[in-house]
Ligand binder design. Structure first.
Ligand code: GLP
Length: 240
């Protein structure tokens, strides 16, 4: 496990963008796993400016997002909409190469199975971007998720629902369930970068890196991966 500590979230975003730009240079048809959340926004801003400056071309890249709300009803709160607004509509990814778990499919088993199949058909994820919840969750794998968990429907914890309220344009309907790649699914990515910024993430970061892998902190299972990089700002690293 590699740990990079930088000054602030701006530098974390720049570093992660540099890694992605390099990876696409080496493999233009990169299969890129993406995350939603506020931590990754500086990264997406850097990818957009890199694209505008001609440093990066997404025309052959495929993306797979980690998770999606289940039966979200109102499109405004979907994570696909979040990605569309904050990245996809501003770069030249092919629409058919943007992959999302189908949160509108009532048969969640079917949606999850076909997602895993699609990842396999693309040859697996080359580079997976992750954030981390302050309770140590990755994607929507809440504490209690197991090492071998696969893509599935999950119940969100009250704290995760509350944390994500900031993204909702409408406060009427807050999804209680989501579809998420499992920990086992995530660990199959060839390389993983996890971004964490802010003091409120310091404990989760500490538990993920310094404690033995344990399902109370799902991100701690990343210790089992051979090629994982934690990119932290000073605040998120303060307990290490
Ligand atoms: C959500 C997402 C996670 C993300 C987490 C952290 O729960 N499903 O993938 O890592 O939020 O969000 P933030 O970056 O806003 O702290």
């Amino acid at each position: 496990m590699e740990i990079i500590v930088l000054k602030n979230k701006k530098e974390v975003g720049e570093k992660a963008a540099t890694i992605i730009i390099e990876a696409i240079k080496n493999k233009p048809s990169l299969v890129l796993g993406l995350a939603s959340g506020s931590t990754v926004l500086p990264l997406y801003e850097n990818l957009i400016s890199g694209y505008n400056e001609g440093k990066i071309n997404f025309s052959k890249v495929s993306t797979f997002n980690l998770d999606e709300y289940f039966l979200y009803e109102d499109d405004k709160i979907s994570l696909s909409r979040f990605m569309e607004e904050n990245l996809f509509k501003k770069i030249n990814l092919k629409e058919e190469e943007i992959h999302f778990l189908d949160g509108e499919e009532e048969n969640s088993l079917l949606a999850c199975k076909s997602y895993e199949k699609s990842i396999k058909k693309h040859g697996g994820i080359d580079l997976q971007v992750l954030g981390i919840g302050w309770n140590g969750h990755i994607a929507f794998n809440e504490p209690g998720s197991t090492l071998n968990s696969r893509t599935r429907k999950v119940k969100l914890s009250e704290t995760t629902i509350k944390d994500n309220i900031k993204f909702f344009h409408s406060s009427k309907f807050l999804p209680k369930y989501a579809l998420t790649m499992g920990i086992g699914t995530i660990l199959e990515a060839k390389k993983i970068i996890l971004l964490a910024t802010g003091k409120h993430k310091a404990k989760a970061v500490y538990n993920s890196i310094r404690k033995n892998p344990d399902k109370r902190t799902p991100a701690s299972f990343l210790q089992r991966h051979k090629n994982v990089v934690f990119i932290l700002d000073k605040d998120a690293s303060e307990k290490l």
